[in-house]
Design a protein around this ligand. Structure first.
Ligand SMILES: Nc1nc2cc(Br)ccc2s1
Length: 246
C-alpha cells in the first residue's frame, strides 16, 4: 500500500518510522510519503490560510496550495487514490471502515488545520478521485495530523505481514467475528503472584473450554460496564438472526 500525507507539519509523522510501521516500510509492505503543503504556496511567507468569507472566528486553509498539492501528489496517470480527509464533521471511523481502507492500493491523507480547508478543495478533488471525510471521535483536535496517525496505524496493522503471529489482529475486540464486537476483558502474564494479587486460577487450569467461557464472561462484564450500547446492538443482531432462521 502507498500512503501519501499532505501536511504543514511533516515532522509530526516521525512516529511512522518506528516499530511495526517502520519495519513494514523497510520491508516494502508500506510506501509512506510525506509532503509539506507549503511547497505549493506562491508567496514569500508561504501562506496557507486566510480569513473566512462571511466572517467568524479563526482562519480557513486556502484552496490554491491544496489544489496544486493534490494535482502533484494524486494527479498522475493510472487509477487515482482514495483521498481521506480527517475532520470532526466526517463519518465515524470504525474497525470495519479500517478493514475496507486496508484493501485500497493507495491512500492520500489531507491534514487540515485552523477552521478547516476551503470546501471547494474537496468538491474539486471529488471530480477525479473518491473522497472520504472521516471522524475519529466527537472532539476537536488542533489539526488532522493526530487523526491521520490513528487512521494510518489502524489500517496498516491490518495489512498482511505487518503484524507478527504473536500480535495477530484477528483477536481485536472490534475485529468482525471475534467475540462479536465485545470489549477485551483483562489479560495477564507472568508472574502468577504479584503484589498480593493472583492471576485468576482458571487461566492456569489448562481447561481451554473453561478459559474461553471465563474470557467471554469477562468481555461481557467489561462491555456492559463501559459500552452497554454494544450489548444492545449484539442482542438486536442475535434476535434478527433468530427471526431469520425461523
Ligand atoms: N477530531 C478531529 N479534530 C480535527 C481538527 C482539525 Br483542525 C482537523 C481535523 C480534525 S479530526
Amino acid at each position: 500500500m502507498r500512503i501519501d500525507i499532505i501536511t504543514i507539519f511533516p515532522d509530526y509523522f516521525a512516529p511512522l518510522e518506528l516499530s511495526l510501521i517502520g519495519k513494514a516500510r523497510a520491508a516494502g509492505i508500506l510506501d509512506i510519503r510525506l509532503h509539506d503543503l507549503r511547497s505549493w504556496t506562491r508567496d514569500r511567507h508561504n501562506t496557507v490560510d486566510d480569513t473566512p468569507y462571511g466572517g467568524g472566528p479563526g482562519m480557513v486553509m486556502k484552496p490554491q496550495p491544496w489544489g496544486e498539492a493534490l494535482d502533484a501528489v494524486a494527479g498522475g496517470a493510472g487509477a487515482p487514490p482514495r483521498l481521506v480527509l480527517p475532520t470532526p464533521s466526517g463519518t465515524p471511523f470504525t474497525q470495519e471502515r479500517a478493514k475496507r481502507l486496508s484493501d485500497e492500493p493507495w491512500l492520500v491523507f489531507a491534514c487540515g488545520r485552523y477552521e478547516g480547508i476551503d470546501a471547494r478543495v474537496v468538491a474539486d478533488a471529488e471530480r477525479r478521485m473518491p473522497v472520504e471525510e472521516l471522524s475519529i471521535g466527537d472532539y476537536v483536535l488542533a489539526g488532522g495530523e493526530s487523526a491521520t496517525l490513528v487512521i494510518v496505524e489502524t489500517v496498516s496493522r491490518l495489512l498482511p505481514g505487518v503484524l507478527g503471529n504473536a500480535e495477530s489482529a484477528v483477536q481485536d475486540s472490534f475485529a468482525a467475528g471475534a467475540m462479536e464486537h465485545l470489549l477485551e476483558g483483562p489479560v495477564y502474564t507472568k508472574p502468577a503472584h504479584w503484589r498480593d494479587q493472583e492471576v485468576p486460577p482458571v487461566l492456569l487450569s489448562g481447561d481451554h473450554g473453561a478459559v474461553d467461557r471465563w474470557r467471554r464472561h469477562e468481555a461481557l462484564r467489561k462491555t456492559a460496564r463501559n459500552r452497554p450500547e454494544l450489548l444492545r446492538e449484539l442482542a438486536a443482531r442475535r434476535l434478527h438472526e433468530l427471526e431469520r432462521s425461523d
